[in-house]
Design a protein around this ligand. Structure first.
Ligand code: GUN
Ligand code: ZN
Length: 372
């Protein structure tokens, strides 16, 4: 029997719910993956991240190859042992992060050479080296090596970049080889252009992957344009494989993506915004820096069961945010990740019970009320 699988349990409209099975555990979909870029979800113990309901974390090839180095992580027993998270880990392949973070990049057919944003040292990433690094890390879900222009980009640039990423996808597949228990996902590119998305989907399906990501979105195009693309892009990918929308997003983006057939997502937003005093609740975004919270004895969210909302007042959160105390980022990250995972659990239940449209409506009504 195969060591990994994906089973859909229910559909409601285009929304789906199911489970990805791996030797390190099950991933309930739609799934939100907290980002653990540098082998930590910043400000959270891994057992706390699990308590929020996360089944899988995301790690980054780019950051980990530069510091502490993939060989070192491998010598120390792999990324799971290293960071004390024994459940599934998906690693991004590095190309996207090189383009946004590194200095002096040079893109060729072979791959990309760049200087580290950490110490200026020179490095090379290619489909082959990215697959090797993700193998050394011990990633359960490995991403193909790709490239992606920021939007808006002209069509010629999008087309050229997408075709290069598809040649890299074929090389990624070849270099990954046969690794039972591990999955390899291809990444669709093509910007907002329907025909380029179709060409990319066909190329990926011909190569054959265990799952399919939609890349190149949430790169400056705005929610309306992204939803426009998600109205057709997921339908180009195989029904029976997981579909992963990379780098998305705000709660409303996530609900809209699930409505359009997405099964997995990741975003730094709940953790990063927690570190700047921002919280997400059923009433939308709340800024704890705001003076209106200074004397407020109520919890951040009356209906939330997270440790932040169970034990601390808005007044306290306001104080520790203003005083730049470490606990501010810890508590707000915990709340935000809890909120995101509750949102995912709510969507999974709604899809299973064929009431996703009502769920969506209630979600938007809550955000429209705003925080009071
Ligand atoms: N994260 C967000 N978007 C992308 C993308 O297009 N490719 C990769 N590899 N990672 C991403
Ligand atoms: Zn809470």
């Amino acid at each position: 029997m195969a060591l990994t699988s994906f089973d859909l349990n229910a559909r409601d409209g285009r929304a789906r719910t199911g489970v990805i099975r791996t030797p390190r555990g099950e991933i309930r979909t739609p799934a939100f993956m907290p980002v653990g870029t540098a082998a930590t979800v910043k400000g959270m113990m891994p057992e706390s991240v699990r308590e929020t309901g996360a089944d899988i974390l995301l790690g980054n090839t780019y950051h980990l190859m530069l510091r502490p180095g993939a060989e070192r992580v491998a010598r120390l027993g792999g990324l799971h042992r290293f960071m004390n998270w024994e459940r599934p880990i998906l690693t991004d392949s590095g190309g996207f992060q090189v383009m946004s973070l590194s200095d002096l990049r040079k893109l060729t057919e072979e791959g990309v050479t760049f200087r580290s944003h950490v110490d200026g040292s020179k490095h090379m990433l290619s489909p082959e080296t990215s697959m090797e690094i993700q193998r050394l890390l011990g990633s359960d879900i490995v991403m193909a090596f790709d490239e992606c222009p920021a939007l808006p980009a002209d069509r010629a640039r999008l087309e050229e970049s997408m075709r290069l990423s598809m040649r890299w996808a074929a090389r990624s597949r070849e270099a990954f080889g046969d690794r039972p228990g591990h999955m390899l996902f291809g990444i669709q590119q093509g910007g907002l252009e329907r025909d380029l998305r179709e060409e990319s989907a066909q190329a990926l399906v011909n190569i054959g992957f265990d799952g399919y990501a939609i890349g190149g979105l949430a790169v400056g195009e705005g929610q309306e344009a992204m939803f426009g693309c998600l109205d057709f892009a997921p339908g180009m990918l195989p029904e029976d494989k997981p579909r992963y929308l990379m780098g998305v997003g705000k709660p409303a983006d996530i609900v809209g993506a699930v409505a359009r057939g997405i099964d997995m997502m990741d975003c730094v937003l709940p953790s990063r915004s927690g570190r700047t005093g921002q919280a997400w609740t059923r009433r939308g975004q709340v800024n704890l820096r705001n003076a209106r919270h200074a004397d407020d004895p109520r919890p951040l969210d009356e209906g939330c069961t997270c440790p932040c909302c169970q034990n601390y007042s808005r007044a306290y959160l306001h104080h520790v945010v203003r005083a730049k105390e470490m606990i501010a980022g810890m508590l707000l990250t915990w709340h935000n990740l809890h909120y995101y995972q509750e949102l995912m659990a709510g969507m999974r239940a709604a899809i299973a019970e064929a009431r996703f449209a009502a769920f969506e409506e209630a979600f938007h009504a809550g955000e429209a009320l705003g925080d009071i």
